[in-house]
Structure formats: structure tokens, C-alpha cells
Design a protein around this ligand. Structure first.
Ligand SMILES: [Zn+2]
Length: 192
């Protein structure tokens, strides 16, 4: 709102005369002069207002945590690699030949570590169910025995067969069923 430059009272516009008149001291001012002044003041206020409104956006950059910074670095490196595949391949190739021994040594250590870890893990697993482990070991041992016995029996039968003197003795041992298909095969062979 325009004010009188002499007494600061509110001015009234007299449109027909294109003048402002002070309601208190009756001074007259050309409309254009007051309007220009008003405009300049408004403009000034507007600029200040804008600056204040922009200020919050210009707040200082937030300090990033180490984690966040690492994540951003990783991301930007990834973007770079995606945009420079050829260059990236070339660099990695060059670095490989330059550090070949180191890389191979590191891989060897890594494999050894994996192996050790696996060994420890498997040992722990066996110990966790020690009864089952022992049972499996006994079964394995007996299977080996059974197999040896079966092979010996088969050999005996074969020898008898070559003697053209087939004598099938009933097999009473527990491994009879295991032997059966060997036996059938064998019979087929000598009968054909
Ligand atoms: Zn006045």
C-alpha cells in the first residue's frame, strides 16, 4: 500500500487526475512516480522473499557416514564399469598379468582355507551324530567283508565250472542274495 513520503500516511488514488493524494496532509504525488516507487519496493521485497525461500535448499551438504560413502563409491564404480566395459576388461587383463603370481598365491590360500573349513565342518557334523557315524562305519566294514566273501565264492564256483563239474551248493551265508545275480549271469554264460 502506497504511503505519503512526507507523513507516511496512506495515500489515496485519484484516478481521473492520475495522482495520489495523502488523506492526512493532502500532498499530491503523480501516480506514475508512486507506482514506480511501489513497484521497486515490491520488487525488492520479492527478491528478499525469494532469497529466503531458496536458502533452505542451499543448506550445507550433509556429512555422510562411512558406510554410506562406501556404498556410493561402490555404486559409482559400478556405473563406471558398466559404461566402460572394454576399458575395464583391458585394465583387468593388464593387472592380471602384472600380479599373476600374487593372484594365484591368493587363490591357492583361499582354496586351502575352504578345504580346512570344510574339513572342520564335516568333522563337527560327524561328531554331532556320533552313533549314526559309527553305525555307518560298521555297515561299510561289513559290506566290504561281504563283497570279499562273495567274490571268493564266485571264484570257487567258476573254477568248478571250468572243471566241467558243476556242483551248486546251497549258499547259506548272509551274502547269498548278493551273489544271486552274479550266479545267474554266470549260469547264462556257461549255458550259451
Ligand atoms: Zn501526508
Amino acid at each position: 500500500m502506497a504511503r505519503c513520503t512526507k507523513c507516511s500516511y496512506l495515500l489515496m488514488l485519484l484516478p481521473k487526475r492520475s495522482k495520489y493524494k495523502c488523506a492526512k496532509c493532502s500532498s499530491l504525488f503523480p501516480q506514475i512516480e508512486i507506482d514506480n516507487k511501489e513497484f521497486r519496493e515490491w520488487n525488492q521485497r520479492q527478491r528478499l522473499h525469494d532469497i529466503e525461500n531458496i536458502k533452505p535448499e542451499k543448506k550445507p551438504r550433509k556429512r555422510l557416514s562411512d558406510e554410506e560413502r562406501k556404498r556410493r563409491t561402490k555404486e559409482s564404480a559400478k556405473r563406471w564399469r558398466e559404461n566402460n566395459r572394454e576399458k575395464c576388461r583391458e585394465l583387468s587383463e593388464r593387472s592380471y598379468y602384472k600380479n599373476r603370481d600374487k593372484i594365484l598365491a591368493r587363490k591357492k590360500i583361499y582354496r586351502q582355507e575352504i578345504k580346512d573349513k570344510d574339513r572342520v565342518r564335516r568333522k563337527a557334523y560327524r561328531h554331532k551324530q556320533i552313533n549314526r557315524t559309527r553305525q555307518l562305519a560298521r555297515i561299510h566294514w561289513w559290506r566290504q567283508k561281504q563283497k570279499a566273501l562273495a567274490l571268493r565264492e564266485l571264484k570257487n564256483i567258476e573254477e568248478e565250472a571250468y572243471n566241467a563239474n558243476i556242483f551248486i551248493s546251497p549258499l547259506t551265508s548272509v551274502h547269498y542274495h548278493l551273489l544271486w545275480h552274479f550266479f545267474i549271469k554266470f549260469l547264462n554264460r556257461i549255458m550259451l
